[in-house]
Design a protein around this ligand. Structure first.
Ligand code: HEM
Length: 116
């Protein structure tokens, strides 16, 4: 049931990594294309996440906010990296938000729940 959501956010992370590598290699055209595909995956992650909503408890609201926070961070990191600007603060947030969203997603009732 959570498969489509997990698949889309994993692909989002993979494309994020590919975009960073392409940028490092100086492949501006490849970076632009992957960045555009990545934006479609942001939407797919959000849509598949919303489709899993069946109640709106406080924990779900936090899960959604942190999920959206991660997507915003990916976008900000890519834009700032491409402009050669500092991204360390964004990366700290990314690490923290990613661990938090994994915990919340796995703690909530659908799909896998190793923490409950
Ligand atoms: C990159 C961002 C995101 C990551 C890494 C992520 C991660 C996860 C994980 C690990 C799960 C648990 C899956 C399972 O147990 O099988 C999950 C479930 C879920 N996610 Fe996300 N998510 C992200 C974005 C979003 C967004 C943007 C939304 C909403 C708009 C959302 C809503 C949900 C909902 C409602 C569930 C079901 C929770 C449950 O009842 O178990 N997620 N997500």
């Amino acid at each position: 049931m959570t498969d489509s959501h997990v698949s889309t956010w994993i692909l989002t992370l993979v494309l994020f990594g590919v975009a960073l590598i392409l940028n490092k290699k100086g492949n501006a055209k490849g970076f632009k294309i992957i960045h555009m595909i990545l934006r479609v995956f942001y939407l797919l992650t959000i849509v598949t996440g919303v489709m899993l909503l069946y109640i709106l408890s406080p924990m779900y609201i936090v899960k959604i906010v942190v999920g959206l926070w991660i997507i915003s961070l990916i976008e900000l990191i890519l834009i700032r990296t491409a402009k050669n600007k500092k991204t360390s603060v964004l990366w700290y947030q990314f690490g923290f938000a990613f661990l938090l969203v994994l915990y919340l997603g796995l703690k909530l009732p659908l799909g896998f729940h190793p923490f409950s």
